[in-house]
Write a protein that binds this ligand. Sequence first.
Ligand code: PMP
Length: 460
Amino acid sequence: MSQNKVLSGIEEYKKMTPKSLEFSKTSKEVMPGGVTANIKFFEPYPLIMKKGSGAYLTDLDGNEYIDYLLSYGALMTGHGHPKVLEGIRNQLEEEGTLLFGTPHHLEVKMGQKIKELYPSIEKMRYTNSGTEATLLSIRMAYAYTEKYKIAKFEGHYHGGYDQVLLSVNPSVNEAGPAKRPNAIAESKGVDPYHKEHTVILPFNDLEATTEILTKHKDEIAAVILEPIQGGFIPAEQEFMDGLRVITEKLGILLIFDEVKTGFRLGLGGAQEIYGITPDLTTLGKVVGGGFPVGIIGGKKEIMEMSAPTAASDVFDNSQSKKSGAKDVLFHSGTYNGHPTILAAGLATIDVLEEEIQHVFKSTEQLKSGICDLFSQKGINVQTIGMGSIFNIIITEKENVHNYRDLQESNFALRKEIDYHLLTKGVYTKPLNRYSLSTVHGMKEIDKTLEAFKLTLNKLF
Ligand code: PMP
């Protein structure tokens, strides 16, 4: 780094965001840590936004940022896209309510669209979040295979509940051998039972994965994975092909958690790119158009287990109850298939059908611009990712395949750069990945690259 005394990124950040600091003090009186989702926190206090418009966010101090966090990838048409707002307004005005509490046409319309884009999804159900979708996928796998363990990959996130909140971001000291990772709880209060019932696999290592799955084949119901780890480290094609073959051979279901990658890698998600047919798929984020949503879908014979017509379920109070609730796979929820949310999601898909290629093009331009700027300074950087998501990894490693490789990258420098970028109007949560939207154009890319240039000139 330059010998000249430069303000650290965090000091500069504090200088320009006094109102966020003040707000954080008050919000801490109301919510633990001042946040209602731990992911929203970063040191020394998170930025508090007050307005969004297109590709931009404005914070409490009036600073404007190009938004690359996009609500952790959920907003793929940017903030307040007119067509999405119109879809929401039309649903409310024409249908007169936010909620019917009955089946309705948008559930079917979205379902048909999903089936068209994701041919592996023969039938589907709606949930209120990605978390609920993966949770249900695990119950489906248990029920279908009558086995009661699951396998997940180290470094992969599927939601915040006990079965999967293991080895998402473990300390390498505790994580055990790379080829036989330990199950490490990622929260207080995780029932130790799950450390025994969730098997941890090494991503992109087909040989070790095959060995572990073979050993536990009679207990493991399903392998769940992010086809692109964290949204940016792609599975190798050979690994993916091998995983599909071995799971099928061993009678283990394959669940693609496409909550991040759905629509963002292509309209048909990672499964379209890899040419893989998973048994079950979970979707979320983009498909809610900014509202909370989840979808789980897949093979008909698996999904049909949840049909209440198959047998009596927990809500059947009739005297003539044919069978016990245990004969149906229970799935319900007051807000499942919320009309306004589906209207926003359908409008989002409409926009993406026209404009997704533009998003990919802008993403590639930004990635290559960033690489050029780093290489001019002689810093080894990789902009890893596919479609409309990537991350900036400062590393000497030629290839970053998985969680362990990622741990060897220079997080400290990346973080320093991220704080400087915040002060120059480029927003992502420090260390987080970049996601783009249909409204990120050349103007935004140029401004962003200028901010990178100024930052790197300051530091080197
Ligand atoms: N799976 C993956 C791959 C995710 O990225 C996320 C959210 N980051 C979830 C599940 C959980 O989704 P939600 O936050 O909507 O519950």
